[in-house]
Design a protein around this ligand. Sequence first.
Ligand SMILES: Cc1cc2nc3c(=O)[nH]c(=O)nc-3n(C[C@H](O)[C@H](O)[C@H](O)COP(=O)(O)OP(=O)(O)OC[C@H]3O[C@@H](n4cnc5c(N)ncnc54)[C@H](O)[C@@H]3O)c2cc1C
Length: 480
Amino acid sequence: MSIEAIELTTLDGKVKELAAEELRAFQSAFRGPILKRGDPGYDDARQIWNAMIDRRPSLVARCTGTADVVTAVRFARDHGLLSSVKGGGHNIAGLAVCERGLMIDLSLMKGVWVDAAARTARAQAGCTLGDVDRETQLHGLAGVFGFVSATGIAGLTTGGGFGYLTRRYGWTCDNLVSMEVVTADGKLLRASDSENQELFWCLRGGSGNFGIVTSFEYRLHPVGPEVMAGMVAWHGEDAPKVLRFFRELTAAAPRELTCVAQLRNAPPAPWLPKEIHGKPIVAILACHSGRPEDAEKLVAPIKAFGKPVADILVRRPYTQMQSLLDGAQPKGRRYYWKSEYLPGLQPAALDAVATAATHIPSPHSAILLFHIGGALNELPADHSPAGNRDAAFVCNLAASWESSSDDAANIAWARQSWEWIRPFSTGGAYLNFMTEEEGAERIEAAYGKTIVKRLGSLKRKYDPQNLFQHTKNVLGIDAG
Ligand SMILES: Cc1cc2nc3c(=O)[nH]c(=O)nc-3n(C[C@H](O)[C@H](O)[C@H](O)COP(=O)(O)OP(=O)(O)OC[C@H]3O[C@@H](n4cnc5c(N)ncnc54)[C@H](O)[C@@H]3O)c2cc1C
């Protein structure tokens, strides 16, 4: 970067000018590029998945390794600067990017090391889910990751994480062996069951509040390289029947079979007949990750149900299934979500879902019902802040559209639909699905009173200055 004085937001919301010498000292201690407005690559680095978020940090520090993260944290701490942390940049609330502050961008840190014999992988915090799946699948192994391969591992893991393997192995963060972390005082620590146990507990659901994780060590499981997986779709008018079937299917399914119901208007995808494009459909995504000899029998009832308009539920590479939904949620569209955990699928909840689907105003929006019940329910409530051990389904009302002139209609749809679904909630909430305006009340719902108190007191211990405040911040919530 060309070096001249620059204004940055401070931790108390004021603005301060940093002199050219201070910036020069930062750049000379930092190996990666430090970008400011107008520099080539600045816009690419600051623009995140959700185009509703359009903030401009004064500096983007693109870290090339752990030493850069330490340098950036110390710089932010010494100058009392507002900072944000970008892993994969997929957070719907846009937590990765702060206005006029310092963005600590980890997305160049993409190393993955697999220990096939120990069934573990260490991955740097800039990896996407696809980066890690690609390496682990070479060995027929997989970590527990989410449904869209471009999502960052860092935000997903520190906030909980669920995907096709959750029913078998729990939250993503239940599958952590250790983490390397830079804390607010600029120290580099290892957190695991045997080292810095309190910090290890906090980071498994406490999100970005407690430090910057530079690498994650995951427990892996034998999966693939091929699985029986894909999707079957029906006409939207069949939604009430298909949702009842989904209820029976998920109640009987072994943990090796994970299903997701999806309601939306059909995209112009080649696997869907042309005459249905733009019309409502209901689909069941299914992924059987167990023994191949069991798979066909288990998915046969899905394929045989009613009169499908399309069926792409076949044996396919696991990595292909992990990216099947990628095209539906590209970077750069406008997004707004509402979500709830459900303890089960009451008929009235399914009616609410079917009704909400008939009001969808955009060709890109969807309602998703993810089945997650299984292993995660077996751990104690305080095992980690990710908690929500009573959840069996996640319902996500995912509004997605292109033009700012459609903001009001799409946000209103998500909010109205949420009002219809809320009565069936566990009362919990998923931190990683929260939009910008979801604050203290929802954060407390995500953790529950006991865990939020413990997180608050540990936040005061690990980050008394509230350096990591551009997060779903737990400080102060425990006092209420
Ligand atoms: C298209 C899409 C699909 C999704 N699918 C799933 C899914 O299947 N399952 C699921 O569980 N979630 C899913 N999510 C939600 C996802 O878990 C969150 O959006 C998560 O925040 C994304 O992580 P990220 O690294 O990309 O986010 P970023 O926007 O880069 O970071 C979000 C926040 O996470 C924290 N953070 C990031 N990096 C670090 C770090 N190194 N150390 C400490 N804190 C850090 C910080 O608070 C940061 O501001 C999905 C999101 C999208 C947009």
